[in-house]
Design a protein around this ligand. Structure first.
Ligand SMILES: Cc1cc2nc3c(=O)[nH]c(=O)nc-3n(C[C@H](O)[C@H](O)[C@H](O)COP(=O)(O)O)c2cc1C
Length: 325
């Protein structure tokens, strides 16, 4: 067992969080993670309306009596979702933990904090983590360059980013991006984190409510099989390589700084339901981390979390102790 500031803050058994994932983070994903002693997270915006989110939260309460959270991603642009409505569904649904991501949650901090909600903000830099601390977030999820999804534009890997965050932050933080096993949990703790957040690793579990093709694609992928798209739009995303991704990269090369999001709409809009639910893997770009190279099995969430914890404890009490002269 590990007791850290994160297990204390969220009242969970193990310092392991399942990050919000579009069209993956349904109640069927969050509940087994929480039941296994981690923190499962429902992805708010995958639900088309606040009423749908309220139903998903109610479903999750039926599947677990352990703490779980909701992810709220503040997107850059297009049409602004009904964030106040989603927050109302979270508050009325009795959820006490919110993972925010994307833009700063500053505008919504009062409504979240006054409802007694603990906020963990996902940040890809030390400066954003410090801003999160300043506006009253309870914790940060520090997401390195390795991560699946949006790594930001600074390209700092976790070997540097985590100790830099530890130097500056007073609030607890978890290491996010590139993590999938017990060795990495121990490394994250050594680098100053109080736990880990995993995305890609949790997709390759028995309970993950996605098409088998998605799980197989992660198993087949090596650490060399992700690409960065939308660099030229300053909205970089790490995705699994496929033909649609090659088309995007070709357009980015051809159009250079003149590229607009409309130029790649066919490859990025409405892709997640097709990939995650129908299993049509080439229909567009979908987030996936370099950690795919370390994923070789499809355990249950409980098996995964127990394995990570027992490997971590063995490393701490065995190998590391034996090195001490
Ligand atoms: C398929 C997929 C979808 C994701 N969707 C979201 C999302 O909607 N909101 C969000 O904040 N993060 C999202 N993420 C990022 C994860 O929450 C997490 O930060 C990231 O996966 C960590 O990196 P890892 O995949 O290397 O573990 C997504 C990641 C993946 C792989």
């Amino acid at each position: 067992m590990l007791k850290t500031r994160i297990t204390e803050l969220f009242n969970i058994t193990h310092p392991i969080i399942q990050g919000g994932m579009h069209y993956v983070g349904f109640a069927e994903m969050a509940a087994p993670v929480s039941n296994a002693g981690g923190l499962g997270i429902i992805t708010g915006l995958t639900q088309k309306s606040p009423a749908d989110l309220a139903n998903e939260i109610a479903k999750c309460h039926q599947l677990t009596d352990k703490p779980f959270g909701v992810n709220l991603t503040f997107l850059p642009g297009f049409v602004e979702p009904d964030y106040p409505g989603y927050i109302k569904a979270i508050v009325e649904g009795g959820v006490k933990i919110v993972e925010t991501a994307g833009r700063s949650p500053e505008k919504y901090m009062d409504s979240l904090k006054s409802a007694g909600i603990k906020v963990i903000h996902k940040c890809t830099s030390v400066r954003h983590s410090l801003k999160a601390e300043k506006i009253g977030c309870d914790a940060a999820s520090v997401d390195g360059f390795e991560c699946g999804g949006h790594p930001g534009e600074d390209d700092i890997p976790n070997m540097i980013l985590l100790p830099r965050a530890a130097e500056e932050l007073k609030i607890p933080f978890v290491a996010s991006g590139g993590i999938g096993n017990g060795q990495q949990l121990v490394a994250a703790l050594a680098l100053g984190a109080d736990g880990i957040n995993m995305g890609t690793r949790f997709i390759a579990t028995k309970e993950a409510p996605v098409h088998q093709n998605v799980k197989d694609a992660i198993l087949d992928a090596s650490e060399l099989d992700t690409k960065l798209i939308m660099r030229s739009l300053k909205n970089t995303e790490r995705v699994l390589s496929n033909v649609a991704v090659d088309r995007i990269l070709q357009k980015e090369k051809d159009l250079g700084d003149n590229i607009k999001i409309q130029d790649i709409m066919d490859e990025v809009a409405g892709v997640y339901p097709k990939v995650m639910q129908e299993g049509t893997m080439e229909s567009g770009a979908w987030s996936c981390g370099m950690v795919a190279g370390l994923i070789n099995d499809i355990p249950t969430c409980e098996e995964l979390i127990n394995q990570i914890m027992s490997d971590a404890m063995e490393i701490i009490n065995g190998r590391l102790k034996s090195l001490s002269a």
